[in-house]
Design a protein around this ligand. Structure first.
Ligand SMILES: [Ca+2]
Ligand SMILES: [Ca+2]
Ligand SMILES: [Ca+2]
Length: 230
């Protein structure tokens, strides 16, 4: 980066801290009741990684802007029937973070990833996650990533489930700033009591207000003049 670019970048960042607006790119609270259903069965091959499909009458695992991926770790995955996908069961949480529904992962017997659409770079994200209050072991893990950024990682394979147990029992509000790529919520557990609930996803982008845009235009003009003089 040359000096002109550096000055310009500093000018833009100082302007943006004073006058900014957030543009909402995506929200998801799972409040579409058409996504509710019975226990979910994966009719695919548990020994192969694959995208999960929605099945008639069963809770939806895929919906607007979100899709579920299964990754084999040597067990039966979701072929044994599991309570995953959109739910209104309040058994563990006592209440959703927002509205009546949330997205559940439970007894995944492998890694289940809930992956959201790509909304480009420089995004801000927030979401709520609830870890069911029960015992966890070394094989259980929860991570939330956005592109290359890790927003949350609980369960390192050697803590005896302590990190998950310690964070369980209340809604956690997770935020990421200036992230790029795709939001992915990744869970591995091997009992039906070991569950997580996801709610209230919000992905936005901070953009300069029209006034700030005009100032940035001016800064660009100044930089160009400097080049012309040289
Ligand atoms: Ca909700
Ligand atoms: Ca299972
Ligand atoms: Ca376990």
């Amino acid at each position: 980066m040359n000096r002109t670019q550096l000055v310009l970048t500093c000018a833009i960042s100082s302007i943006m801290t004073s006058t900014c607006m957030a543009t909402m790119l995506y929200t998801q609270s799972f409040e579409n009741d058409a996504w509710l259903g019975e226990e979910y069965f994966d009719y695919g091959n548990a020994s192969a990684d694959h995208w999960l499909k929605n099945n008639n009458g069963q809770a939806s695992v895929n919906g607007d802007g979100f899709n579920a991926w299964y990754e084999n770790t040597g067990s039966v995955g979701l072929t044994d029937g599991d309570f995953v996908g959109v739910t209104n069961s309040l058994r563990d949480t006592g209440g959703m973070f927002h509205g009546s529904n949330a997205y559940k992962m439970s007894d995944t017997d492998g890694i289940m990833r809930l992956i959201f659409d790509d909304f480009g770079k420089e995004a801000n994200v927030s979401l709520a996650v609830f870890i069911a209050n029960t015992g966890y072991e070394n094989t259980d893990a929860l991570s939330i990533t956005y592109g290359n950024d890790v927003l949350l990682s609980l369960g390192d394979g050697s803590d005896g489930g302590f990190a998950l147990e310690n964070a369980a029992g209340s809604w956690l509000f997770i935020e990421g700033v200036n992230v790029s790529g795709q939001l992915s919520i990744n869970f591995n557990s091997n009992s039906s009591a070991e569950s997580i609930y996801i709610d209230s996803i919000s992905i936005s982008r901070v953009v300069p207000s029209p006034g700030a845009l005009a100032l940035i235009g001016l800064a660009g003009l100044t930089a160009r003049r400097r080049r012309d003089i040289r």
